[in-house]
Design a protein around this ligand. Structure first.
Ligand code: ADP
Ligand code: ZN
Ligand code: MG
Length: 483
């Protein structure tokens, strides 16, 4: 066991994909829109305006809370968090500080070996997003531009207990959270686009002395990979400082993508005093038991439940079920194809190898954005079962289908991929290989029967994998035995 134990807690902002903003009717979705076109007097903080709470945002927040095993409170309230920054036109952010909508939740994570662990969630509260500063003006003059399209977009903030013990666990946690909000349809969960943002707190405990380092906060991490990388960097930095007996200052650090390291931004002492007070322009948020119960009943099947069901219903190994249910689209595509073909494990194999590799290589997020359809699997398996193509050919076919969407039959015909069953043709190839490799033939004669694999390989190479393996085996055995 290592002498040092890592302690991590996360604070995550999830952007809700409501049609309109948190407290006004401006569009909340179109981030590609021209800057400052989705704004109004409310979200730009003009004097005399009144905010109105977005019902859909409340519903999404409750959904998220229930899916994360939170206790949802019938009474919660909005507060003002006061600070000055150019991306915050009102001079304050409406948030829930004193009475959050939900407390005491948890998420279960599972590592590759199937070890499960519960991460406790301290609270979930609703708030509005700020605008965006764009440092794209004449930087020599220190110019920055501001876009208020994002100001007032609804967020939920989720705060974990410091239950996470490694950078890897932090990534698993975020992946699980993203998967859940996508299943719920409450957020795109897209970290790269800022729909899911994470601040990570880390400290290291010396188990021998029981002493803990100060806590460091890492901000501005915008991908799953970087969360893990930034935490690994910081874990190492703090451990090394402890080993040298140095003090680790409590501070906020930023992740520098280019240099792959964290950089000090400010010390904790400079922290603002936000002067929180109850938002006078909004009534408290009061939810009935019935309302909360109704939303609970409407929750869709979530990743963990789906995983257990896939293992039972389709007899899949845990690993397959975990991968397939990590993404909602992947899971539903798999189910369609499994039902259609009656061959769940085969479908899973093709999806987990060829399909996911293709999606990764081409940065495709949803399987529905490729050209493959569940029907293609049916046709492909029929071709294999009737002996028209080999499984080797089938693997290559998948790539063509993913790219072109053509039917397997069509591609087989076009490319001449049908199984080679012509015994005399196969026999000729083997004879040629025997002539060219007398050593191998001698080895076979001496009793090393496994050498037959060499001749089978030669036929497969010559026919580009199209030869019927059973026939090749039969003829190779015959020719070698007769020799
Ligand atoms: P603050 O009041 O400074 O915001 P909180 O207690 O609210 O601190 O915690 C903020 C985040 O820091 C939470 O996600 C929590 O889990 C995490 N955290 C708390 N203590 C530690 C620690 N010793 N090491 C790492 N993370 C921690
Ligand atoms: Zn507005
Ligand atoms: Mg706090």
């Amino acid at each position: 066991m290592s002498r040092y134990r890592t302690v991590i807690g996360l604070e995550i902002h999830v952007q809700l994909s409501t049609k309109t903003k948190m407290f006004c009717s401006c569009s909340a979705g179109s981030f590609d829109a021209e800057p400052n076109t989705n704004i109004c007097p409310v979200c730009t903080g003009q004097p005399g305006v009144l905010p109105v709470t977005n019902e859909q945002a409340v519903e999404y927040a409750v959904k998220t809370s229930l899916a994360l095993n939170f206790e949802v409170h019938e009474y919660s309230r909005f507060d003002r968090k006061n600070y000055f920054y150019p991306d915050l036109p009102k001079g304050y952010q409406i948030t829930q500080y004193f009475y959050p909508i939900a407390t005491n939740g948890w998420i279960e994570i599972e590592d590759e070996n199937g070890n499960k662990k519960k991460i406790r969630l301290r609270r979930l509260h609703m708030e509005e997003d700020a605008g965006k500063l764009i440092h794209a003006g004449d930087s020599m003059k220190g110019e920055s531009l501001v876009d208020y399209n994002r100001a007032g977009v609804p967020l939920v903030e989720i705060v974990t207990e410091p239950d996470i013990s490694s950078p890897e666990e932090a990534r698993l946690f975020l992946e699980k959270l993203r998967s859940i909000v996508r299943y719920l349809g409450v957020s795109s969960g897209d970290m790269e686009k800022g729909a899911l943002r994470c601040d990570a707190n880390i400290s290291v405990v010396d188990e021998e002395t029981g002493k803990s380092s100060n806590r460091v906060e890492i901000k501005n991490i915008n991908s799953f990979k970087f969360v893990e990388k930034a935490l690994e960097y910081e874990e190492k930095r703090i451990r090394e400082a402890l080993e040298k007996g140095e003090n680790v200052p409590q501070e906020t650090r930023g992740w520098n993508m280019k240099e792959k390291k964290t950089i000090s931004m400010r010390s904790k002492e400079e922290e603002n005093d936000y002067r929180y007070f109850p938002e006078p322009d909004l009534p408290p948020l009061v939810l009935s038991k019935e309302y909360i119960e109704r939303i609970k009943q409407s929750l869709p099947e979530l990743p963990d439940q789906k995983k257990e069901r896939f293992m039972k219903e389709y007899n899949l190994p845990r690993y397959d079920a975990t991968v397939l249910t990590s993404d909602k689209d992947l899971a539903s595509f798999f189910e369609e194809a499994a039902k259609l073909t009656g061959k769940p494990k085969e479908v899973s194999n093709y999806i987990m190898s060829q399909v996911l590799r293709y999606m990764n290589e081409n940065k495709i997020e949803s399987i529905y954005d490729t050209k493959i359809a569940p029907e293609h699997f049916k046709e492909l398996f029929d071709l294999i079962d009737s002996g028209k193509i080999t499984t080797n050919i089938a693997k290559n076919l998948i790539r063509d289908i993913l790219k072109t969407g053509k039917s397997p039959k069509e591609i087989v015909k076009e490319k001449g991929l049908e199984v080679e069953t012509d015994e005399s043709k196969i026999g000729e190839i083997i004879k040629k290989a025997m002539k060219q490799n007398p050593d191998a033939v001698q080895q076979y004669k001496n009793g090393k029967k496994s050498v037959i694999g060499f001749f089978i390989g030669a036929v497969m190479k010559e026919t580009r994998g199209k030869a019927d393996p059973k026939i090749v085996q039969k003829i190779a055995t015959k020719l070698l035995d007769e020799n």
